[in-house]
Design a binder for this molecule. Sequence first.
Ligand code: UTP
Length: 299
Amino acid sequence: MKKNVTKAVFPVAGLGTRFLPATKSVPKEIMTLVDRPLIQYAIDEAREAGIEEFIFVTSRGKGALEDYFDISPQLEHFLRKKGKHDLLEILESTNMESGKVAYIRQNMPLGLGHAVWCARHLIRDEAFAVILTDDVITAEKPCLLQMIEAFQEVGGNIVAAMEVADEEVSSYGVLDIKDDIGKMVSIGGMVEKPMPNQAPSNLAVIGRYILTPSVLDRLESLAPGASSEIQLTDAISDACKSGEKVFGLRFQGRRYDCGSKQGYLRATLSIALSRAELRDDLEDFIMNSLKKPGRSEGG
Ligand code: UTP
């Protein structure tokens, strides 16, 4: 029988300091790519991969996230009365079924590993997914679905992996590769944010994981690591070292780091250009702006 992964943890308790002042009052996850908040891209990917239970690890000031997933009776009534059925449909697609969403508080931003650990009582003894909403991935087959299919073949823990340039390794968790079998690599360890000359490879982890509950036990006893935070990377690396199976999947797709301004702008452009109703106008605007730098644009 195929092993299913039906629970996903979304750690959204970070402070989002790279987007200050915007994130002073708006959670980063509510910032939009064109017209949908970052969190919606993550939810859609999870749903397409068969996730049924959505666990958000939140913090103070993230109330807008809970409201976003709630039904909005007044707005729905208004749109129905005005006959705006297309907008109503869009709105309804953002509602989450009662009992399928849980919110857990991380009281202090002690790191990604700590945030995942906060969800331990809702995970119990099943393999589960972790999705970082900062990483938006455009792909023919959703990245998480690719990972769940790989998990059904090989089991163990799986991290999404991507080749990065030498000068970029120090921004990522980097894989120590034991065995390279093409699409997948088996991992002997992971190093968080290594110096380029100390990186075990150029294969970096990005924000999608399938983890076994043993990683939660490891997080329990972990001391703070890089940046004085409890690192998820360290718990996964421990699992490798104790002989647990851990794989990196070279996923198919394009990943945008929407936790950084550059990545966020790239994702905005890419998604806008993929929308038929926006493409021509945006292309013209970009071409004109590049031809005549400094020209001011109305409208
Ligand atoms: P980041 O490292 O991007 O931190 O976290 P951040 O606070 O979101 O943003 P910056 O760096 O200050 O701009 C990666 C992911 O881990 C979550 C974040 O919400 C984000 O999804 N996270 C991080 C937590 O949930 N709790 C933490 O203690 C740290």
